[in-house]
Design a binder for this molecule. Structure first.
Ligand code: SAM
Ligand code: DTB
Ligand code: SF4
Length: 352
């Protein structure tokens, strides 16, 4: 990295500086974000992660956005920890569809001792398929972080969710400090950090400033920064919150890109509600990762087919997918492959 690009990587952002970025005219902000983006990344490549809920619902925490908290009646079907073999089968299918990272999520406050051998086996099995591994299991101790790192876990996802000031309006069962401690444990164990937040929860602009400042002022920036648009789920306390102005979502992505130039910024939950043009604008703002596959953890996501069609229209190629053709042909080939998989699945179900 040259001295000039090195200077762009900072952990001493002041609130006024971050606020000033948000206040730029939209075109100036987009230009700045795209300029930074091009110094560190191929602007036409997007990383693809696939999510799987390995334990669903009945979570004791009270996160007001979450359909999986036991405190809210969201009609969600509770599922115990998934069998290791089943997880590995899902990962194999995700790889076939073009995902390079498999992210396993559990509705836990933190993993219990009895859970650890199973999640370790999942990491080992998924990794042996040649996929990058990611988990999000709640708070981790130092020991648990080391155990997961030793099993080969590449990334750990643990979001700060919002600014420290707004946090208590959203979650009361664990503190902001608890979250920072987990991030420290993950980092010290040598894993890559995936941490971001949710916008559209009724927060103010200063809270989006505060969230991004917290992430960008960590001693080492998270390698992966998911920016989620709240998915409003009936029965959660936030199911009726006002919609966020879409341009404010795009601005949040652009500012994240500028503050954390080397990180992958993920256009995360909420894509089901976004049209193609809005998603394209987030890629222009510097988003270069998505969650892929028709389900996030419990809520819908665009189909892999739809995403590959969008990639083909935009000339975007999936990161890490062996490139032997033109990007637009490559995406079209993936569409065919996914279609074939879906046909096979229909045939399989009918026979069983
Ligand atoms: N239980 C673990 C935890 O919270 O640390 C891991 C799973 S939890 C579902 C992972 C993240 O998903 C949350 O931190 C939150 O940022 C995001 N999330 C949950 N519900 C969401 C929703 N309705 N809309 C957008 N993001 C959501
Ligand atoms: C993240 O930041 N977003 C993902 C992942 N990390 C685990 C989760 C989104 C969940 C959306 C609501 C649901 O599907 O339950
Ligand atoms: Fe539980 Fe995680 Fe949902 Fe919070 S976000 S209620 S900890 S599953």
């Amino acid at each position: 990295m040259s001295a000039i690009t090195e200077n762009l990587i900072r952990s001493n952002w002041a609130a006024v500086e971050v606020q000033a970025l948000f206040d730029l005219p939209f075109n100036d902000l987009m230009f700045k974000a795209q300029t930074v983006h091009r110094q560190f990344f191929d602007p036409n490549t997007v990383q693809i992660s696939q999510l799987l809920s390995i334990k669903t619902g009945a979570c004791p925490e009270d996160c007001k956005y979450c359909p999986q908290s036991t405190r809210y009646d969201t009609g969600l079907k509770v599922e115990p920890l998934m069998e290791v073999d089943h997880v590995i089968e899902e990962a194999r299918a995700a790889k076939q569809s073009g995902a390079t990272r498999f992210c396993m999520g559990a509705a836990w406050r933190s993993p219990k001792k009895k859970d650890m051998p199973y999640v370790v086996a999942m990491v080992e099995g998924v990794k042996s398929l040649g996929l990058e591994t990611c988990m999000t299991l709640g708070m981790l101790t130092e020991g648990q972080s080391q155990e997961l790192a030793a099993a080969g876990l590449d990334y750990y996802n643990h979001n700060l969710d919002t600014s420290p000031e707004y946090y208590e309006d959203i979650i009361t069962t664990r503190t902001y400090g608890d979250r920072l401690t987990t991030l420290e444990n993950v980092r010290s164990a040598g894993m890559k950090v995936c941490s971001g937040g949710i916008v559209g929860m009724g927060e103010e602009l200063k809270d989006r400033v505060g969230l991004l400042m917290q992430l960008a002022n960590l001693p080492v920036h998270p390698e992966s920064v998911p920016i989620n648009m709240l998915v409003k789920v009936d029965g959660t306390p936030l199911d009726n919150v006002d919609d966020l102005e879409p341009f404010d979502f795009i601005r949040t992505i652009a500012v994240a890109r500028i503050l954390m130039p080397k990180s992958h910024v993920r256009l995360s939950a909420g894509r089901e509600e976004m049209n193609e043009q809005m998603q394209a604008m987030t890629f222009l703002a510097g988003a270069n990762s998505i969650f892929y596959g028709e389900k996030l953890l419990t809520t819908p996501n665009p189909s892999a087919n739809k995403d590959m069609e969008l990639f083909a229209k935009l000339g975007i190629k999936p990161e890490g997918y062996a490139q032997t053709h033109r990007p637009e042909d490559e995406a079209a080939m993936l569409v065919d492959k996914i279609q074939q998989q879906e046909n096979d699945a229909v045939f399989y179900n009918a026979a069983s």
